[in-house]
Design a protein around this ligand. Structure first.
Ligand code: 6R9
Length: 645
């Protein structure tokens, strides 16, 4: 019998969805998804109503994903205008800067004013419907404003995590053919300064598609400025007209692009569309967090990830909710920072990632106990499986034993949630991402493509479409089909493994492709290997994930040096630094093990299965090693791993 935490009765009593409602509505929603989503779509303000709900087919030969196709709308009208004038003086954003005491409140009125002005600035700089604008900003209100300004005029935003390097930024600008970049002079994180404009200049230097760079002033630091190309945000806004007519967009027109790592080298720009995404993100946000008017919501994700897109920005804005936004890190100036923010803003709903919980858990309960967290009502987890130990700490120490935890399973590709225990309806099981969301049909599929009914383990797939799912990979529709729809025809394949238990709960067991999940961030092993191998001393490398106490998975790199190059500690550091410079700090290897040779089969393919086991200190059951070209290589790798410990 596994651990079960029933829904507290008082919680269920006022929840949007209780157990009886879920048991009645879920089967109906998957029996007739068109009816379900038609009803949900009424949540938005449409300019022209749609006549057909969906036209979808998961056939790799003839893939079709279209939702609400003949309807028209504007995202910024739905996210901002419709909350006015009623909420003009109510905070939309309660912002906390990196440095304690540095805070700002942005009301719905101010948000609207800035969005309209920036939209006019962008138009004035030549941006029109369908153009891509890349946003490289820290977690400051201007990130929200920039996204809303883009979608007001029909421009497509592509937010790039501000922790990514100039090179990563450049490749994302190039892939999208972005015409304009919005960045800041500098950012602050954990007391350190991040040279955003310097990175941006380096990235833009080789990118002729970029015509202008709009620069938000965040610091007092002097930064390079290119007249004619660069525009100060504050100066342009002050000079801009305060009203911008929203552009009427088709439901299937792109809303944004967001890049994520895949199992081959190049990051994938997933394309999300206006109507379907907003319906799914907006209605699911309210349901899974059981938000009620007046609740204060806080999602800790950085704006560069899909979690922030759907559930920090679009979800709360569509619902007219007040959210907290925090620029810094949980450990600075000390590890009670988050808890002090929850207390100060009387946060009711808190959404974060297991990796952060695990690192804070190591600091003990003291930093938490100093603060009053009694306003919390719902807790959320996302990005990776949450281990039961971290789950219990979250539940007991942070949630005071009274808050349901929504472990939300979804992806950049899926746009919004697919599996979660809806908090008023489904009892919690630590480590389980609960049950399917409305309108979603999960399938557990074995290696041969057979669908497993009842309890079992296999590949996590979904049948039928849902409105929030991505429509394509920018510029590479074939890759979209081959990655997600070809492996199991008729189904969408997530790349994750799953276990379904006897009560119908789903437990995500991790990636089954060459992607590793480091602190909730997806990193492709091929991308990591090419960054490592670009160091002139490196002949070859192979990267695998290994169990890491805080990060979930860490980056373990086996590196073969070129002949005659001595393996030194300095070289280890240099290789780590070069990965940091090429991709960003999140990708820097945790462990580099020198490997005079890598285990390969006779066709030259690296046997990652063995490397993964060795990295996890599992030196047995290497499976069939008869295909190895040189069996001695494995012994050598094992001996070195043991010696390094
Ligand atoms: C939303 C987001 C997606 C990958 C996904 C899976 C992992 C996300 C999870 C989870 C277990 C959860 N993942 N949520 N695994 N339980 N609740 O994180 O999107 O950055 O695209 O990552 O993250 O492996 O495939 P994204």
């Amino acid at each position: 019998m596994s651990e079960l935490y029933p829904v507290p009765a008082d919680f269920a009593a006022r929840a949007h969805v209780d157990a009886a409602a879920y048991d009645r509505l879920y089967p109906a929603s998957v029996a007739d998804p068109q009816a379900y989503w038609r009803e949900q779509a009424a949540f938005l303000d449409w300019m022209r109503p749609f006549t057909q709900v969906s036209d979808t087919r998961f056939d790799p030969e003839d893939l079709r994903i279209r939702w609400f196709a003949d309807g028209t709308l504007n995202a910024s009208v739905n996210c901002v205008d419709r909350h006015l004038p009623a909420k003009a003086d109510i905070p939309a954003i309660l912002w906390e800067g990196d440095r304690p005491g540095d805070s700002r409140t942005v009301t719905w009125g101010e948000l609207s004013d800035k969005v309209n002005r920036l939209a006019n600035v962008l138009s004035g700089l030549g941006i029109a419907k369908g153009d891509v604008v890349t946003i490289y900003l820290p977690v400051i209100p201007e990130a929200f404003i920039a996204m809303m300004a883009c979608v007001r005029i029909g421009a497509v935003h592509s937010v790039v995590f501000s922790g990514f390097s100039a090179e990563s930024l450049a490749s994302r600008i190039e892939d999208a053919g972005a015409k304009l970049l919005i960045t800041a002079d500098e950012g602050y994180r954990g007391g350190r300064t991040v040279p955003l404009k310097r990175n941006a200049d380096e990235a833009v230097a080789g990118q002729p598609s970029i015509r202008h760079v709009v620069v938000v002033r965040r610091s007092d630091g002097a930064v390079p400025f290119t007249p004619g190309r660069d525009v100060w945000y504050h100066e342009a806004l002050a000079a801009a007209a305060p009203w911008c007519e929203p552009v009427e967009m088709g439901a299937e027109d792109p809303l944004f692009i967001l890049y994520t790592s895949g199992s081959t080298g190049k990051p994938k720009g997933l394309v999300h569309t206006t109507g379907g995404y907003l319906v799914h993100a907006g209605t699911s946000w309210r349901t899974i967090f059981d938000w009620h008017e007046g609740d204060i919501f806080w999602c800790t994700a950085d704006v560069g990830w899909v979690t922030a897109h759907s559930y920090k920005i679009y979800g709360p804005l569509l619902n007219g909710a007040t959210s907290v936004m925090f620029e810094g890190v949980p450990s600075w100036p000390d590890s009670s920072r988050w808890w002090s923010i929850i207390e100060r803003h009387r946060v009711n709903i808190f959404y974060t990632a297991p990796t952060a919980l695990r690192s804070l858990m190591r600091e003990g309960d003291g930093p938490v106990r100093r603060h009053d967290l009694s306003t919390l009502r719902v807790l959320g987890s996302v990005g990776e499986p949450i281990n039961p130990e971290a789950w219990r700490w979250y539940h007991t120490v942070i949630g005071g034993g009274r808050c349901p935890i929504v472990d939300t399973y979804w992806q950049t590709e899926t746009g919004a949630v697919l599996l979660t225990p809806i908090p008023g309806a489904v009892a919690n099981k630590p480590g389980r991402a609960g049950k399917p969301y409305f309108g979603i049909t999960p399938r557990v599929v074995d290696a041969q493509g057979g669908v497993i009914d009842g309890p079992g383990e296999g590949n996590m797939c979904f049948e039928g479409s849902w409105p929030g799912q991505a429509r394509t990979i920018l510029g590479d529709h074939d890759r979209f089909i081959s990655t997600y729809f070809a492996p199991f025809p008729g189904l969408f394949f997530t790349g994750d493994g799953v276990l379904r238990d006897e009560d119908g709960y789903y437990c995500i067991t991790g990636r089954v492709d060459d992607v590793i999940n480091v602190s909730g961030h997806r990193l492709g092993t091929v991308e990591l290997e090419s960054a490592i191998s670009s160091h002139p001393a490196v002949a070859e490398s192979a990267v695998v994930g290994y169990p890491h106490e805080v990060k979930g998975q860490g980056v373990f790199a086996y590196v073969t040096l070129k002949d005659g190059i001595p393996a030194t500690e300095d070289l280890r550091r240099e290789i780590k630094d070069s990965v940091r410079a090429r991709i960003g700090a999140i990708a820097s290897p945790d462990i580099i093990q020198w490997a005079p040779a890598l285990p390969k089969n006779r066709a030259g393919k690296i046997l990652r299965r063995i490397l993964t086991k060795v990295a996890a200190d599992d030196f047995q059951n290497f499976g069939d090693t008869s295909t190895l070209a040189d069996p001695g290589v494995v012994d050598d790798i094992v001996q070195r791993r043991k010696a390094d410990k």
